[in-house]
Design a protein around this ligand. Structure first.
Ligand SMILES: [Zn+2]
Length: 389
């Protein structure tokens, strides 16, 4: 296939993929069925890893020798919600204008999926020595939850890849480190009272405020850590992101709930942050609360954890990605990807994909056709490398 043919095939596939509304809370099965049929049409068998209710599935497929660990091409099929009113045209109908392709997920990250799929006939034609695995997941946008069951199967029901290239939008830069969000939910239970009889109540909002004060102190300490200039900002961040409490202006509130998040960096001990908050609650808050109200509680629960990603200094797949992309320097990003999860499970990872993260999650999201062409060239170099092994 000529370069123009591959570009046209990529755009056609992207148009098909964008037409499936795979917002994270919806099923992705129609899209997965489409990919499965497409691969079957090229003689490639798919293994699906469905959720218990069958509403969603990941897809794993191998092109090349079955008995050799391969390079995984990893992407998520879900997208963030789109508000059609904020878009110039339908988010689910691909529109081309001035070298840009508009549609939800074009940058994040159906553009990469389309490039990988468009290259399947070429991959089939080559005499690959190292196989290429298609590794498509779901629910990345809601805490990288969908890829976890698939990773758990690797080395068991699925082959364990030698390495994985995660195609999140990096403008085809090679990224070997990213931050990882860890999130907690805190519920403070005090005791309600008429606000004129405040001495009979335990004010859950006031206690939450003290806990948040402690989190503020931790945030400042994190900001004062030795900076790592590869990240923006160059330190781990901590933010209280949600809060609710109280039911009326004349009642001492019995309940206050809040959420907070740490954007962790490789090497940060996030468990120590939770332990410090729990110790503060235990020693500075609960004794006073329980003197009046024995039922008073402070529950701190971790709700999601995406590990930060830092590739090994001597990582083979980082060196390979640099070679394929024709670059000699890696970058780091502050958004999370599935790379940290692969790395944590013993599958070395690197992040490199078409499109600009600045366009991800926005109205009128777009990817440049030139970015897709660069990605296709990268994948063609990957096939060259595999043949030469
Ligand atoms: Zn993404």
């Amino acid at each position: 296939m000529s370069t123009t043919d591959t570009t046209n095939a990529t755009i056609g596939l992207l148009s098909d993929l964008v037409a499936f509304d795979t917002t994270s809370h919806k099923s992705n099965r129609a899209l997965i069925g489409f990919v499965e049929d497409y691969l079957a049409g090229h003689g490639v068998a798919s293994h699906l890893i469905p959720t218990a209710d069958g509403e969603k599935a990941s897809l794993f497929a191998t092109i090349g020798p079955a008995d050799v660990p391969g390079i995984g091409l990893s992407g998520h099929t879900d997208v963030v919600p789109a508000d059609p009113a904020a878009w110039t045209s339908s988010p689910y109908a691909l529109r081309e204008n001035g070298g840009r392709l508009y549609g939800r997920g074009t940058a994040d990250m159906k553009g990469y999926l389309a490039c990988v799929l468009a290259m399947v006939p070429e991959f089939k034609r080559r005499k690959l020595k190292v196989p290429l695995h298609i590794v498509f997941s779901y629910d990345e946008e809601v805490g990288c939850t969908g890829v976890r069951p698939m990773i758990a199967e690797m080395g068991d029901r699925l082959p364990k890849p030698r390495a994985v290239i995660v195609g999140e939008p990096t403008s085809m830069a090679v990224v070997d480190a990213h931050k990882g969000p860890v999130r907690w939910h805190v519920e403070v239970t005090g005791r309600a009272a008429h606000s004129s009889m405040a001495h009979l109540g335990v004010n859950a909002i006031s206690v939450a405020a003290r806990l948040i004060g402690e989190l503020d102190a931790i945030e400042h300490e994190l900001a004062a850590l030795p900076p790592d200039p590869r990240f923006t900002p160059p330190y781990p961040t901590l933010q209280v992101t949600e809060i609710s409490g109280g039911i009326a202006s004349n009642i001492v509130p019995a309940i206050c709930r809040f959420g907070f998040e740490v954007r962790s960096m490789p090497g940060l001990d996030v468990d120590a942050i939770e332990q410090r908050l729990a110790a503060f609650a235990q020693t500075q808050c609960l004794p006073d609360m329980q003197r009046l109200a024995p039922e008073a509680r402070i529950d701190i629960r971790q709700t999601n954890r995406v590990p930060p990603f830092g590739a090994d200094r001597m990582s083979e797949v980082v060196a390979l990605a640099l070679k394929l992309a024709g670059q000699n320097e890696t970058g780091a990003v502050s958004y999370a990807t599935e790379a940290g999860l692969f790395q944590a499970s013993g599958v070395p990872a690197v992040v490199c994909g078409p499109g600009d993260i600045a366009q991800a999650h926005t109205a009128d999201e777009w990817v440049a056709i030139s970015e897709l062409e660069r990605c296709v060239a990268f994948l063609a170099h990957l096939a060259d490398w595999s043949e030469a092994q």
